[in-house]
Design a protein. Structure first.
Lengths: 209, 585
C-alpha cells in the first residue's frame, strides 16, 4: 500500500525509484543544480502537481518496522541526519534552534536518571483503524489502569463512529520485537521493555466472530 | 531630550545658533548622558561637531549589531567611556546549522582591547559569538568592576569558563547563560562562588545539563538577598526547588527544574505553600517534563504571571486549558504545539491581555505524527487577544482566509513569523499560493517590523511587501518566489529594511545587483541556495568597497556558484580571521 504525502512543488526530473525530493541541501554536492532546474517553471492551480515527498513501500526495515510491513523510507539523496537522531529532510528546516532541538530529543529518550527520579519515556501509540498515531510519555503513569484510562481519553475522538460495546486490547512490542498483551508482566518490567503500543479490537486478538 | 535636540536642529535663527555654539560642553554632556536609546544617540551625534564630541564622551553603553561592522580599535577610539557592550556575531541562520563552524565572531580580540581601554567595563552581552574558556578567564581576571555577563546562543566555552567567572568576579550581579552550545562537563562551577559573595541578582543556568551542588546553590540563594531572577536547570528536582523558593520569596522570575517527581502529599503541600509565598513572581519557565498532577501547585502563582514559558513541556490541550484559566494577566506565552487548537482556544478565552504568542513544534521532523496546531488555533487566539502584536507560529497547514481574519482582529502586529513547516505548501483549502495571506498582513499591519514568510509563494507576495511594508526592518524568506523580480520588489520598496535573509529561493544575480545602493543602508544580507554566481559577487564587492562580501563554499560544489553569500556594511574593511571555507571578495 502506498501512501503519498504531497508537496506542491513538482520535480521535473523524472523521479527515479523512490527519489521524490527536489530540495537542495548541504550534501547535495553531486546533484547540484540551479533552483530553476530543480523546480522548473510551474503553473499553479490546475497544473499543480502533488509530488511525493516520502514513499511508503518496500521491505521492512530493521529499525522501524511495524506489523503491517510498511516501512518509512526516506528515499531522496538529500537526507542530512541530525547528529542527535532527529531526522531533517532539509538542512536547517524547519528553523528551530539547535539547543531547542536537543532539549526536545532529550525529553524523548530514556536517560540515566537518579534513584527516585523518573525520566521521560515517550512511545508511539497506534489504534487499529486509525491512520494517525500518538505519542505518550509512559513515565507519567504508575499502573496499567492509569495508562489505559489516559489512552481511552486520548483516542475517544476516534471512536465516535464505532458501535457501542466494542472492546479493545492494549498490546505492546517489547525489546525483542515480539508483540504481547499488556498486563501480563508487572508494571516495572513492562516499562523497561516496551517499545511501542497498539490498541487492537478484541476480535482481532481472540479471533472471535 | 529628544525634542530639545530636534528644536536646536531646526532653528534657523543665527542668534540662537550662537547660543548653542557657546553652550558649555560639560552641561551638554550631562544632558546627553540622559539619552539612552541608541538611535537617539546616533541622531544626536550627527547634529554638529560639538554634539558629536559631547555624545561620544557621554556614551556609556554601546550596541553593535554586527561585530564585523566595526573594529575594537575604531570603537575604543570613538567612545572612551564605555561601561556596557552588546555584541552580536554570526548571521542568524547559524542557529540552524547553515553557517560553517569556526566562522568567526570571536570575542577575544575585543576583550583584549577592552582590557586596555575600558578597564572599568561592567556589562557584556553577547549573542552568537564564539567565546572560549580562555576568554572567560581573561574577562574574569581583567575587569574588577565587572557585573553582568549575558551569553545567548554563543559557543566554544565550557563550564570551566563559568567557574572562572564565579571565582573572580566579586561584583557580579548577573550571570545569564542561555541557549548556548557549550560543553557541560560538570556543575562544579556553581560551587566556585565564594561564601563572601552576595551581590547576585540574576542567575540563569537553565540550559546547562549537568548537576550542580544543590547545597552550594541553596547557600548561594540564601545569602544573595537581592536575587530577583533564578532559572535552574533540569537537574534540580521539585523538592530541591521547594527549598530554594523558601529561601528566596522575593523572586520575580523563576525557571523551575524538572517538574517530574514522585511527591507524596506532604512535600506537595510544601511546594504549593512555597509557591504561594513567592508573591512577586511574574515570569515562569522551565517546567521540564511537567506532570499535570503537580501543576495545581502553581495555580495561585499564575494569577500574577505576565510571562509563561511552557516551551519545554509537552502538555496536552486539557491540562493546558486547566492551567491557563488561572493566568488572566498573561502578556507573553510560549508553548509547544502539543496543546493543539483546543489549548489555543483556551488562551483566547482566558488571556485578553496577551501580546506575544510563540508556538513551537514538539515533533518537527516526524512525518508520521501529524497533530499540533492549525490555522484554527491561531484564529481563536486572534479573536480573544486583540492586543496581540508578536507571533511565532509553527504549523502544518494554513489558509489565506484565516490569516486575513487574524490580522483583521489584530492589526497591530509588529512581528509576524509564520512557519508552515512543509516547504512550499499552498492554502490547503483552495490550493492557491499563500500570497494573499501575507498581502493581508502587510496591508493591514502598518507597524510591521519583522516578517517571516512560508508556504507556497509567488513573486506577488514580494510585490505586496515592497508596496506596503514601509516599516519593515527584518525579512526572512525560504523556499519562496518565482523570479528575480520578487527580491527586487523588496529591495526597492522597503525603506527601513535592515536585515534580509533568504534561503532556497530562485533569486539570482539580477536581484542581487539591483540592491547595490541599498545594502549600505542595511545591516546585512544573507542568501543561500539561491541562484547567485561568484562573478556577480565579485562585481558587487568591486563596486561597493564599504561592503564586505563573503561567500561560504561547500565541498564539491560548482566553482561558479556562490552557495552561501553574506553581505554586510562595515567601516572596518574586510576581516582577517575568516576560515578557509569563507572567501572574502
Amino acid at each position: 500500500m502506498e501512501l503519498q504525502l504531497g508537496l506542491a512543488l513538482p520535480n521535473h526530473n523524472n523521479p527515479s525509484a523512490g527519489n521524490g525530493v527536489g530540495f537542495k541541501s548541504r550534501k547535495d554536492a553531486a546533484n547540484k543544480r540551479s533552483f530553476q532546474e530543480a523546480f522548473g517553471n510551474y503553473k499553479i492551480r490546475d497544473e499543480l502537481q502533488m509530488m511525493p515527498l516520502l514513499l511508503w513501500s518496500g521491505p521492512p526495515d530493521e529499525e522501524d518496522d511495524d506489523r503491517k510491513g510498511q516501512k518509512k523510507r526516506n528515499s531522496c539523496n538529500n537526507i542530512n541526519k541530525n547528529e542527535e537522531e532527529g531526522e531533517e529532510l532539509v538542512v536547517g528546516w524547519p528553523p528551530i534552534q539547535s539547543w531547542r532541538k536537543k532539549s526536545l530529543l532529550h525529553g524523548q529518550h530514556p536517560q540515566q536518571g537518579q534513584v527516585g527520579r523518573r525520566v521521560s519515556k515517550f512511545v508511539k501509540v497506534k489504534m487499529e483503524g486509525v491512520g494517525i498515531a500518538r505519542k505518550i510519555n509512559l513515565s507519567l503513569y504508575n499502573s496499567f489502569e492509569t495508562l489505559a484510562n489516559s489512552l481511552i481519553h486520548m483516542f475517544a475522538t476516534y471512536q465516535k463512529s464505532e458501535k457501542r460495546g466494542v472492546r479493545y486490547t492494549l498490546t505492546y512490542q517489547d525489546k525483542e520485537g515480539d508483540w504481547l498483551i499488556a498486563g501480563d508482566v508487572p508494571w516495572q518490567t513492562f516499562i523497561e521493555s516496551v517499545q511501542r503500543l497498539e490498541i487492537l479490537r478484541c476480535g482481532a486478538v481472540e479471533s472471535r466472530p | 531630550m529628544e525634542s530639545e535636540s530636534k528644536r536646536k536642529k531646526e532653528s534657523p535663527n543665527t542668534a540662537e545658533l550662537a547660543v548653542t555654539a557657546s553652550f558649555p560642553d560639560e552641561v551638554l554632556e550631562i544632558v546627553l548622558s540622559l539619552l539612552t536609546s541608541h538611535r537617539d544617540r546616533s541622531s544626536v551625534s550627527l547634529v554638529c561637531k560639538d554634539w558629536y564630541r559631547a555624545e561620544r564622551w557621554s556614551r556609556t553603553q554601546v550596541f553593535i549589531g554586527n561585530c564585523y561592522s566595526v573594529s575594537p580599535e575604531i570603537l575604543t577610539r570613538r567612545f572612551p567611556n564605555i561601561r556596557s557592550v552588546t555584541l552580536k556575531g554570526k548571521p542568524r541562520f547559524s542557529d540552524f546549522n547553515l553557517v560553517p563552524p569556526n566562522w568567526g565572531a570571536d570575542i577575544h580580540a575585543w576583550l583584549v582591547a577592552f582590557a586596555v581601554k575600558y578597564p572599568f567595563l561592567e556589562e557584556l552581552r553577547l549573542k552568537r559569538m564564539a567565546v572560549s574558556d580562555e576568554s572567560l578567564e581573561f574577562l574574569a581576571s581583567n575587569f574588577p568592576n565587572f557585573k553582568l555577563l549575558s551569553l545567548l546562543s554563543c559557543d566554544g566555552f565550557s563550564t570551566d569558563g563559568l567557574a572562572a567567572i564565579a571565582t573572580h568576579c566579586k561584583n557580579l550581579t548577573e550571570l545569564d547563560i542561555q541557549e548556548n552550545g557549550i560543553e557541560d562537563s560538570s556543575g562544579s562551577w556553581l560551587s566556585c562562588f565564594p561564601e563572601s559573595f552576595t551581590s547576585l541578582e540574576v542567575l540563569n543556568f537553565a540550559n546547562l545539563t549537568s548537576e550542580v551542588n544543590t547545597d552550594a546553590l541553596e547557600r548561594l540563594v540564601s545569602r544573595c538577598k537581592s536575587l530577583k531572577v533564578l532559572k535552574v536547570n533540569k537537574s534540580i528536582s521539585l523538592e530541591q526547588l521547594q527549598r530554594l523558593l523558601v529561601r528566596a520569596p522575593q523572586l520575580e522570575e523563576l525557571g523551575t527544574g524538572s517538574f517530574l517527581q514522585d511527591l507524596t502529599a506532604r512535600p506537595y503541600a510544601d511546594l504549593e505553600s512555597a509557591f504561594n509565598n513567592c508573591k512577586n513572581i511574574h515570569t515562569l519557565s522551565g517546567l521540564w517534563e511537567a506532570v499535570p498532577l503537580y501543576l495545581p501547585a502553581l495555580y495561585n502563582s499564575c494569577a500574577n504571571l505576565t510571562f509563561l514559558n511552557l516551551s519545554y513541556t509537552a502538555l496536552q490541550s486539557g491540562e493546558f486549558a486547566k492551567l491557563v484559566v488561572h493566568c488572566p494577566r498573561l502578556r507573553r506565552l510560549w508553548v509547544l504545539d502539543t496543546v493543539e487548537d483546543k489549548g489555543l482556544e483556551a488562551v483566547g478565552s482566558n488571556c485578553p491581555l496577551l501580546e506575544e504568542l510563540r508556538v513551537f513544534p514538539a515533533d518537527p521532523f516526524d512525518e508520521e505524527i501529524i497533530h499540533g496546531v492549525t490555522e484554527e488555533g491561531f484564529v481563536a487566539v486572534s479573536f480573544g487577544c486583540r492586543r496581540l502584536h508578536y507571533v511565532l507560529y509553527f504549523c502544518r497547514q494554513m489558509t489565506n482566509a484565516a490569516v486575513a481574519t487574524i490580522v483583521q482582529n489584530c492589526p497591530n502586529f509588529t512581528h509576524f513569523r509564520l512557519c508552515i513547516m512543509t516547504p512550499g505548501l499552498p492554502d490547503y483549502l483552495t490550493n492557491e499560493p499563500m500570497d494573499e495571506a501575507f498581502g493581508a498582513v502587510v496591508k493591514t499591519c502598518s507597524k510591521l517590523q519583522r516578517l517571516s514568510v512560508s508556504g507556497l509563494l509567488t513573486d506577488l507576495t514580494f510585490e505586496y511587501i515592497g508596496k506596503y511594508a514601509k516599516n519593515l526592518e527584518t525579512l526572512s524568506v525560504a523556499f519562496a518566489g518565482r523570479s528575480d523580480r520578487g527580491m527586487q520588489c523588496v529591495l526597492e520598496g522597503c525603506p527601513k529594511l535592515r536585515k534580509l535573509e533568504i534561503r532556497d529561493c530562485p533569486f539570482g544575480n539580477e536581484a542581487l545587483l539591483s540592491g547595490l545602493e541599498k545594502y549600505e543602508s542595511m545591516r546585512s544580507l544573507w542568501m543561500s541556495a539561491c541562484n547567485v554566481t561568484m562573478n556577480a559577487c565579485r562585481r558587487l564587492a568591486k563596486q561597493m568597497p564599504r561592503l564586505n562580501v563573503e561567500v561560504m563554499k561547500e565541498d564539491g560544489s560548482d566553482d561558479s556558484q556562490a552557495d552561501k553569500v553574506y553581505i554586510y556594511r562595515t567601516v572596518a574593511g574586510p576581516r582577517r580571521d575568516a576560515p578557509p571555507s569563507v572567501l572574502t571578495l
